[in-house]
Write a protein that binds this ligand. Structure first.
Ligand SMILES: C[S@@+](CC[C@H](N)C(=O)[O-])C[C@H]1O[C@@H](n2cnc3c(N)ncnc32)[C@H](O)[C@@H]1O
Length: 390
């Protein structure tokens, strides 16, 4: 086979897999052309209003440039590029990888079969609307979201969807904060998925500087988080070891908590209220405290048709816990909203309580409602009430 045949074989595979939708990614490397700062080139298939295109991202030392081209234009570019400018190219598809190498006059092509790689949905809008777009970010790989190939791992799809959704929801809320350089404290940060995502998005997306602090009980996670923040050069992101309740959150503009266990969510809300944070947002986890209260207390007989079934009791405990949290936030001067941040197909713990400071209405009226709800469900005390001294 002659040298141009190898290039023709490679471009034919690109054309075939682009057309049948099995193209996952195309990468070009070993650039030795005239553009001194060009590091690498990557392309994916995208669906635009004008039709399907190959979206090339040219990565330069300090910036990325995206060009969406037709298949014919892409083939023309590849024919030229593989003959001179680039020494290597890799086509990744759902069924095989095709590696092209050029060393002086020698051209090599190696095909490797692959199994289990999923097709990439070619929706440009989805990518454009998703806040986290830089799939090569080292933190995504270090936290196990992307594989070595920069593609979201199958077992991390839900997590990736959740953090994107969170960033999407938090972005306008954080923008709305009056603080010039907002300080966000994430209580029960775990490995810090949300913190890295928020910082990544805001550090790139705006010229406001941002401080994100993850508070976490487990020192090993804190150490790992700080090392990764340093490696990622996220100067405003740090993790601190400690208990939510003992943390000094004064100066926080936003206090958030994603799946902090049971009453740790209340500890986070309390800290937000105590700090006078403009935004408090929590996605609660388990709801054991109120379930125990309902089980031990005497609820309105009319609720018996629900509460005698374990599954409904569980759901009621969840709703009552979070409904009371929303009311307690209102009694503390916050406007609240509770909504599902992702479908329950991705996580059953999908409710988000968002509270923004101001215009909360009459405290007395809210306290009366809280007393009514507690009496109805036979609840002596919501843990958060105790923290708030109510
Ligand atoms: C279910 S994980 C969620 C982690 C992270 N927010 C996320 O969504 O990926 C809950 C985390 O909260 C931490 N945690 C629980 N109670 C805490 C407390 N009182 N103080 C600090 N961290 C706590 C746990 O160690 C754990 O890492």
């Amino acid at each position: 086979m002659t040298a141009p045949d190898r290039i023709a074989e490679f471009t034919a595979a690109v054309a075939q897999t682009f057309t049948d939708g099995s193209l996952v990614r195309l990468k070009l490397g070993g650039y030795h052309g005239e553009e001194a700062d060009l590091k690498s080139v990557e392309a994916r298939r995208v669906s635009l209003k004008v039709g399907d295109r190959l979206s090339f991202v040219f990565r330069y030392k300090t910036t990325d440039i995206t060009k969406n081209v037709t298949l014919d234009e892409a083939i023309g570019f590849l024919e030229q590029g593989l003959a001179s400018g680039y020494r290597s190219a890799r086509l990744e598809t759902t069924g095989f990888d095709l590696q092209f190498e050029r060393q002086n006059d020698k051209l090599r092509l190696k095909r490797t079969e692959v199994k289990g790689r999923e097709a990439v949905e070619a929706s440009h809008d989805r990518t454009k609307n998703r806040p986290l777009t830089d799939m090569s970010a080292p933190w995504l790989h270090a936290l196990g979201i992307t594989g070595k190939d920069g593609v979201v791992r199958n077992d991390a799809q839900d997590k990736f969807r959740q953090i994107n959704k969170m960033v999407e929801i938090f972005a306008p809320l954080i923008q709305a904060l009056k603080a010039e350089n907002p300080r966000i404290v994430d209580m029960g940060a775990g490995k810090g998925y949300l913190d890295f995502a928020l910082y990544d998005h805001f550090a790139k997306g705006t010229d406001r500087s941002l401080e994100v602090i993850g508070v976490e009980l487990r020192p090993a996670l804190v150490e790992a988080g700080n090392a990764l923040a340093k490696k990622s050069r996220f100067a405003g992101l740090r993790f601190e070891a400690g208990n939510i309740l003992d943390y000094d959150a004064s100066g926080a503009d936003a206090v958030i908590a994603l799946h902090a266990c049971d009453t740790a969510t209340d500890d986070a809300i309390f800290q937000g209220i105590k700090a006078g944070a403009g935004l408090i947002a929590v996605a609660p986890c388990c709801h054991k405290q109120i379930r125990r209260e309902i089980e031990a207390g005497t609820s309105d007989d009319r609720l018996d048709f629900l509460l005698r079934h374990g599954t409904f009791m569980e759901k009621q405990a969840e709703m009552v816990t979070d409904g009371l949290r929303a009311l307690l936030l209102e009694a503390s001067g916050y406007r609240t909203k509770v909504f599902e941040f992702v479908s329950d197909a991705h996580t059953p713990k999908n409710n988000l309580i968002v509270a923004q400071k101001g215009n909360a209405g009459s405290r007395e009226a809210v306290l009366d409602r809280i007393a009514d709800v507690k009496a109805m469900f036979g609840i002596k005390k919501h843990y958060l009430e105790g923290l708030l001294g109510l």
